[in-house]
Design a protein around this ligand. Structure first.
Ligand code: BDR
Ligand code: CA
Length: 304
């Protein structure tokens, strides 16, 4: 049975790889992409989503642009990780497709129907706006890349997607919709190395594109973390929908900090139930890294 999904994203190198993984996977049917400001400004993340569809030859999939800023804060981008374009590295092709004439929050409400899984891979602004504007639009499940049990990345306390729009994040975690949180604790355990990239270089247009994305993305992780590869954060969320056995999760309460000088965007995960707060998420703890990385490489190579 194929699972229909919608990816709400801010491409971004790892968003791009997540989209390509989804497009290459027979277990999934990608119904739409929606875009949000995050890694770069909305005009760039939307253009980049169209670029990825162009590279994959899937311009039949609709794209809707959404929020150009968080609910109540100024936008922080991640140009230091993803570059000026948001997808620095490969030469980006011209795009032939136009976004649909609807705000992502409204378009999401249109395309979400029973059975559809929503996979947000950026700040949760569009998802929060959808819940506010269309209270009846409730996906069966949300599998979100974001948050961290332990250390953050954009601040010591917070992961980037949670940090950019903590109010939206808090609203989504309070919605009662089943949510799986794929945080840094999981994504940092599966590194895509230069050897993986070399297997894809020359494997068709998508493979070469991914290898060149990885060449750039790797620079930040080598410099900042001394990692011998890059976590492909967003692709783990897609992989978890393809094969839920890849990531070990625990049902727990997640509270999101929105009013702190040092900890805004912190996802406070009560793994041992010490707060008596009701569990509201399945939180990723561990990943079968070799199996995830093989899936990613093989599927993207299959797009050739
Ligand atoms: C997340 O932040 C973004 O930079 C990545 O695309 C990913 O969604 C990782 O913290
Ligand atoms: Ca992202």
């Amino acid at each position: 049975m194929t699972v229909p999904i919608v990816i709400d994203c801010d491409p971004g190198h790892d968003d791009a790889m997540a989209i390509l993984l989804a497009l290459a996977s027979p277990e999934l049917e990608v119904r739409a992409l929606t875009t949000v400001a995050g890694n770069q400004t909305l005009d760039k993340t939307t253009r980049n989503a169209l670029v990825v569809l162009e590279v994959a030859g899937r311009t039949d999939i609709p794209v809707a642009a959404g929020a150009d800023a968080p609910l109540r804060r100024e936008l922080h981008t991640a140009a230091h990780v993803h570059g000026v374009s948001g997808l620095d590295g490969p030469e980006l092709p011209e795009v032939s497709q136009r976004p649909v004439d609807a705000h992502a929050a409204d378009f999401l409400a249109e395309v979400i129907e029973p059975g559809v899984v929503l996979v947000p891979t950026g700040p949760l602004t569009n998802v929060a706006l959808m819940l506010q504007r269309h209270p009846d639009a409730r996906p069966d499940r949300i599998v979100w890349m974001g948050g961290a049990i332990a250390e953050g990345n954009i601040t010591p306390a917070a992961e980037f997607n949670a940090y950019v729009d903590p109010e939206a994040c808090a609203l989504v975690f309070a919605s009662g919709i089943p949510i799986t949180m794929i945080g840094l604790d999981v994504t940092h355990k599966a590194l895509f190395t230069r050897a993986h990239a070399d297997r894809l270089r020359g494997a068709g247009r998508a493979g070469t594109f991914v290898a060149e994305l990885s060449d750039f993305f790797q620079l930040f992780h080598e410099r900042s973390y001394r990692f011998d590869g890059s976590p492909i954060h967003d692709a783990v969320a897609v992989a978890q929908v393809i094969d839920p056995t890849l990531v070990e999760t625990r049902h727990a309460n997640v509270a999101v900090e929105t009013a702190s000088d040092f900890c805004d965007g912190r996802t406070v995960v009560d793994l041992r139930g010490v707060t008596q707060r009701e569990a509201n998420a399945d939180v990723g703890l561990d990943i079968d890294a070799p199996r995830f990385l093989e899936l990613l490489v093989e599927r993207i190579a299959s797009l050739a």
